[in-house]
Design a binder for this molecule. Sequence first.
Ligand SMILES: Cc1cc2nc3c(=O)[nH]c(=O)nc-3n(C[C@H](O)[C@H](O)[C@H](O)COP(=O)(O)O)c2cc1C
Length: 191
Amino acid sequence: MPAVKLLAFSGSSREESFNQRLLDHAVHAAQDSGAEIEAIRLADFNLPLYSQNLELNAFPEDAKRLKELFRTHHGFLIASPEHNGSITTLLKNAIDWVSRPTDGEAALALTGFRGKVAGLMSTSPSPFGGLRSLSHLRQILTTIQTLVVTEQVSVPLAHTAFDGPELLDTMPKQLLPPLVNRVIQLAKVSA
Ligand SMILES: Cc1cc2nc3c(=O)[nH]c(=O)nc-3n(C[C@H](O)[C@H](O)[C@H](O)COP(=O)(O)O)c2cc1C
């Protein structure tokens, strides 16, 4: 059976992002479990704000490139910062572009999302750790046919939970391996 291939990304473009640091821990846990991980930064993709006119007349090359990455992986590890109780514009914009059909696909083909598996995590300086962004993200991904595993990790008080790249909070260290292992286990079905 081929190795499970997971795409890892966060919804933050901030240098020193807490969510990127949390994602890095999840990536290591997934690598320890034998998954093949491609870690990307959404901000490295030149994605204009989604517009249906652009989609029809000049579908961005980077949106196609990102969609191809989604299409060729079995699942996703996503760390989602919370902005005003929801996911960031960066993340929503990427999801919207990747959800669109390309090259003669049917309108709802959803080749970047359908049948994929996602594991979600968040962290924020608040006591809720960005939890509300995860309920929105879960709903969005479910709508576009991605199976979101029931395990998830939210790390509160991000400013004290990390020391540089290190996680001082022991809770996420315990919860990340079961989360990534569930993603790997379910992604194996389509591998
Ligand atoms: C526009 C904006 C809205 C925010 N709204 C929330 C919020 O609703 N809940 C929350 O916990 N933190 C909120 N924050 C704070 C972020 O959680 C904080 O900036 C965090 O560091 C972002 O994650 P990152 O470090 O991975 O970029 C907000 C920040 C910004 C810039």
